[in-house]
Design a protein around this ligand. Structure first.
Ligand code: UDP
Ligand code: MG
Length: 319
């Protein structure tokens, strides 16, 4: 072996690439080819890539193992069941050892071709290079609409900055990865965590790319639940909102009661009023249930956190 060459790779910085995969048998090989095409040209760095198989039910794991057998830069971790992308990212971050770590989807919506640009920014001293898509091309309009509203509300009511269109595709320095791992919460909302830990982040924008094949794992309903998760994890404003609504409605109720009492004293007993009574009852009932629901969300999250369950269970790995 060329001694000089050996030295370069020995001293070169390691970049860890973390790739969460869930039922991605169709995407894995094209992804592998594209990633290798890019990292083979980045000679000054050593790459280690980890596929995190998030309990896939198709051939994803077999394909990942095949790739690992062929290419020693690739490793895999396989979960005992589907724990979700957040858990997969966490497992990858925990396993990563590189100076820089990058999280990347395997459907090529996170183009490996911008890796050189990311590395360059890291070398310029940024702690993190994040990506956001500047449009939502190819997405159902109704989904885009709710996504935009979600980001708007989220940024108003929580203290962390959550960027609209931000992807999880991001390169981070070791310190930032360690900070993210140190957050032990069970309900992880990575988009919020990235913002919460801070660090100097450079943003790169690109146009939305549609996934090469396979299907998105996010139904609209799943996205709504994920959105609620994000809100509950990063702000308690809804609780304050519930109390405030309670105060306002009690105040309005008090004024109405005073009005009724005075009116009865002046004009005598008034029998009609069924409609107004029923409307007020329904309205109050609704408000109370909403408030209870909000409190319930926080209590259930607290309950889950207190159980202190592991974020994921590894069934098989070559790490
Ligand atoms: N993913 C995962 N676990 C899940 C769902 C998704 O590891 O439970 C992975 C998936 O394989 C992909 C990435 O997370 O690499 C993003 O998923 P997807 O492309 O379905 O999301 P979208 O890009 O549509 O937001
Ligand atoms: Mg995708």
């Amino acid at each position: 072996m060329d001694k000089n060459n050996f030295k370069v790779s020995e001293n070169s910085k390691v970049i860890s690439v973390i790739v969460p995969c869930y039922n991605e048998e169709k995407a894995l090989i094209p992804f592998y080819k594209e990633l290798v095409r890019i990292i083979d040209n980045i000679k000054a760095y050593t790459f280690e890539v980890a596929f995190i198989d998030d309990g896939s039910k198709d051939k994803t794991l077999d394909i990942a193992i095949d790739i690992c057998n062929k290419d020693k830069r690739f490793k895999y971790i396989s979960f005992s069941k589907n724990f979700g992308k957040e858990a997969a990212m966490l497992a990858g971050l925990k396993a990563s050892s590189g100076e820089y770590t990058v999280v990347m989807d395997c459907d090529l919506q996170d183009p490996p071709s911008i890796l050189p640009e990311m590395i360059e920014a890291m070398e310029q001293g940024w702690d993190s290079v994040a990506t956001r898509r500047c449009d939502r091309k190819g997405e159902p309009p109704i989904r885009s609409f709710f996504a935009r509203k979600f980001y708007k509300i989220m940024n108003k009511i929580s203290q962390v900055d959550i960027v609209d269109g931000a992807r999880d595709y991001r390169m981070m320095c070791r310190e930032m990865v360690d900070a993210i791992i140190s957050l032990q919460e069970y309900h992880r909302f990575m988009k919020g965590i990235f913002g919460w830990v801070g660090f100097d982040t450079k943003w790169i924008e690109y146009e939305n790319i549609e996934r090469i094949n396979g299907e998105t794992k996010w139904s609209f309903f799943k996205l709504v639940l994920y959105g609620i998760e994000g809100i509950v994890a990063f702000t308690t404003v809804p609780l304050k909102f519930a109390s405030l609504t309670g105060v306002l409605i009690s105040f309005a109720g008090f004024i109405y009661v005073t009005y009724i009492v005075i009116r009865t004293l002046i004009f005598g007993i008034d029998v009609p009023g069924y409609a107004s009574l029923i409307s007020i009852m329904m309205f109050l009932g609704g408000i109370q249930l909403i408030a209870l629901g909000i409190i319930g969300e926080y209590i259930s999250k607290t309950y889950m956190e207190v159980k202190n369950r592991p974020h994921f269970i590894i069934r098989k790995t070559n790490l």
